[in-house]
Ligand binder design. Structure first.
Ligand code: SF4
Length: 209
């Protein structure tokens, strides 16, 4: 976990804080994470802002027409499927959970459109519970750093649950998302990376030899 420790010290703390400071309302975290699937972060942010002006609660989501909802969340990817899932979600939340977002991974995973990444983000960000939210950035960087050796984000999450000390669980997503967007991107900008990290990075070692 040495590289994570170095990064925690090095990375621009303001950037991490900004990411962490997102709205922690469980309903908003859940809905915006569903919207974020296969959608750029900037688009998710813009769409969520627009949506939450009109849809602020499970009841609002239940009452809005599916067609209008699809219009509101356009240009997010697969906006029609997402609108359908969000309508189903509102019905289940109202009928089964008394209009509230459940606070356990198991219950969240039963909801339409909710995968492991979303469920983990909701429990960590909205409920401050232990979880590891693995998106493509966390998956890519943990493999580059040889913390895991996995094919999919799901496998990465399961490996990290065995290997990663709990103190890193809630911070790893924000930390590696910021780092992964700016530096250790799919085409890594190793020349911009922190020297201390570059010296110890197994992936850098591989691509240089
Ligand atoms: Fe990523 Fe390159 Fe930095 Fe390694 S040296 S962490 S591959 S950017």
């Amino acid at each position: 976990m040495e590289l994570i420790d170095i990064l925690l010290k090095k990375i621009n703390k303001n950037a991490v804080v900004t990411e962490i400071a997102r709205d922690r309302d469980p309903f908003k975290v859940l809905v915006s994470t569903i919207i974020s699937a296969r959608t750029k972060d900037e688009v998710t942010e813009e769409v969520s802002k627009k949506l939450f002006k009109e849809v602020k609660s499970v009841d609002d989501l239940l009452n809005i027409e599916e067609e209008k909802l699809a219009d509101l969340i356009y240009p997010a990817g697969f906006y029609r499927v997402k609108a359908k899932n969000l309508k189903k979600l509102a019905k289940i939340l109202k009928e089964k959970y008394n209009g509230k977002v459940p606070d356990s991974l198991e219950e969240l995973l039963k909801l339409p459109g909710v995968g492991r990444k979303t469920a983990n983000l909701v429990i960590t960000l909205a409920f401050d519970k232990d979880g590891i939210c693995v998106d493509t950035h966390v998956h890519r960087i943990c493999n580059r750093w040889e913390i895991v050796d996995t094919e999919t984000p799901e496998e990465t999450e399961f490996e990290l649950r065995k290997k990663l000390p709990k103190k890193y669980w809630k911070v790893i997503n924000n930390l590696l998302v910021v780092f992964g967007k700016e530096i250790c991107s799919p085409k890594p900008k190793c020349n911009k990376c922190f020297e201390e990290i570059r010296k110890k990075c197994p992936y850098y070692e591989k691509i240089m030899h």
